[in-house]
Design a protein around this ligand. Sequence first.
Ligand code: PCD
Length: 788
Amino acid sequence: MTTTEQPAHADVGFGRRPRVEDARFLRGKGQYVDDITLPGMLHGAILRSPHAHARIVSIDTSEAEAHPKVKAVITGATLESLKLAWIPSLSHDVIAVLATDKVRYQGQEVAFVVAEDRYSARDALELIDVDYDVLDPVIDAQRALDPGAPVIRDDIEGKADNHIFDWTAGDKDQTDAAFASAEVVVKQDMLYPRVHPAPLETCGSVAWMDPVSGKLTIWCTTQAPHAHRTLYALVAGLPEQKIRVVSPDIGGGFGNKVGIYPGYVLSVVGSIVTGAPVKWVEDRSENLVSTSFARDYHMHGEIAATRDGRILGLRVDVLADHGAFNNTAQPTKYPAGFFHIFTGSYDYPAAYCTVKGVYTNKAPGGVAYACSFRVTEACYLVERIVDCLADELGMDPAELRMKNLLRPERFPYLSPTGWEYDSGEYPRALAKAMEMAGYEQLRKEQAEKRARGELMGIGVSFFTETVGAGPRKHMDILGLGMADGAEVRVHPTGKAVVRLSVQTQGQGHETTFAQIVSEVTGIPSADIEVVHGDTDNTPFGLGTYGSRSTPVSGAAVAVASRRIVDKARLIASAMLEVSPEDLEWDRGKFFVKGDPSTAKTIQEIAFASHGTQELPEGVEGHLDAECVYDPPNLTYPFGAYICVVDVDKGTGQVKVRRFIAVDDCGPRINPMIVEGQVHGGLADGVGMALMEVIAFDEEGNCLGGSFMDYQLPTALECPSWELGETVTPSPHHPLGLKGVGESATVGSPPAVVNAVIDALKPYGVRHVDMPLTPAQVWRAMQGRPFRT
Ligand code: PCD
């Protein structure tokens, strides 16, 4: 069900348009990394550590090397000789490509076998003999800083503890003063557990170092091909023009494919060592156990308010578990990502947070899984604690939110932690969600059910996202500023090609970026080809994550398209022998003011730009343009979500019965794609709230290494989503667009958890940590009387 009313099919510009990429996806004709086969290609497999923490005494590879189909066995020692054993992480740390001294988490890469086929490579792993001296692991982040805790990173000179960083945002004194004057203070500990992006396609690469041309081509599951190329150049000392990174079809990224993983580097080394192309594709368990994680934030929140429900301040203290290497992906300046957006959508002056990062013997990563760098954790914190406050005050959670939401006249709004929210109409979005839900009726139904002893819950959440990183002067990744390029070229016949620096992983850029060009130039979308994901054929840019493609690259495309129209005006003025100012633009054609019969279409102008038409002074031939877009600010999409659950008293089983989501991402390029993005994010949210967790035992064994243990939501756990929209354009984006890809993943977990806790209200339960599995919910009810 949807409230969006749009024409069924948009040929030109924005509107519903079936995804062009589906023609190949639905026929099983996508070209993923694992579909790439090159002549003479070899296959790599990784030997991984069974221990969470152990010293490597020796590695004997002789038997594996003797395997008839094995071409090379690479160890940390091989890489040390190439100066590739350690590479820079995305957060100014280093990560081991293959362990040299110690293994620091279960699943860490220890050796790489290259063989004629995948099976032989895997068989040969069994023939490698590693002698480990097992050490005590540090698994509990809370104990990582205990005096006497084993030091994980003794590779770092002088390192005597497991501390990574301390970071603060906001004004401490002002916040302390707000708390001192408050009538009510509510405190709550909450964990955002370690989860995994779990894309259906795992990570992989095919590397081919052509010994004749000296050109290295890497087909790779990457969300950021250009950034990867530059990093290969910087780290391996290879000339950048001799490196080509191709990101073919990607079966879901969700942040998991932003970083450079040891396997990618190993396929490159394998190709250099053997002189043949080498493919490496990890299996499901490798992906879940070793290849990144998300969240793992242990948060303590405190909220101050007046008795009548005016929020005065928020104070947060976070312990961030980063695993064995600090390989979190986020702009350099922000070790806790954009966590300081935790002040959320409410109007109050005082907020302060401290974040402490620690090493543990767990896989590194901290990827922004469907999250603009820790916005998800931030949103969960504020939306949960506002519900705790409502509970304390005996106020309806929707009413408490309505009372404190930022009003439209407050925009552009400078938050107490320094963000400048670009635009918003928050109360309207919440009112719309409440109306769609039939909020009052739901509360009545709940009261009746409670009276009968049944558990029904209604959860409200409101979110503000900060997406589209970001202004170059503030944001970079390893020194690369976060701007993106785009090139638009119109062929003589009026068809066009647009080349993007960003890379789609299923979002449908081949559809929507053509629509952006079409919206501005009037060229039908079907006449526009989108080229992306190949560094040899696209302009430089930082890639697709943090919902930045539309805010940054989409803006680059819009500006380049406008430059096309500007140039077309000059050429049309020569064609019509009038001055450019005398022309009027009616999307797709220019005509002399007051005389529509004189129109020259963009297609005619394109031909003239290549033809014999004499061009005006200073105008070069051809109709093309480019732009490198440095966004002046981020964009701030927002939304109001309401979740309705029923909880089984006997088993603790949660059933999500309804979910109402009102999203505002400014104008929608393609409402159908936006709805798909929201559907996916809502399912993500239900998964994290109710079932997903990467847990460890005391020895550091990962307990989430398969889809039997790491549960993903399916259609069975999801209701039929009820979507609504409001449209508040971004004032600084050329087309008013805001990102949306991660909105629902950010906004939905607190709605689901708030709903479950609301259902448990008769038991006096104020908080339960995710995931709210039946066991977790059941435990929360035990030993507590049911009181209506
Ligand atoms: N759109 C429209 N309109 C508007 C906005 C948007 O239409 N207003 C659309 C576009 O165009 C695209 C989509 O939608 O197509 C999205 O967008 P955005 O928001 O801009 O985003 P991007 O950048 O493109 O993308 C990214 C995201 C992220 S970030 C994530 S996680 C996820 C999402 O995206 N991932 C994925 N979604 C998705 N989907 C799919 N299918 N797959 C995937 O993988 Mo991160 O940071 O990485 O964690």
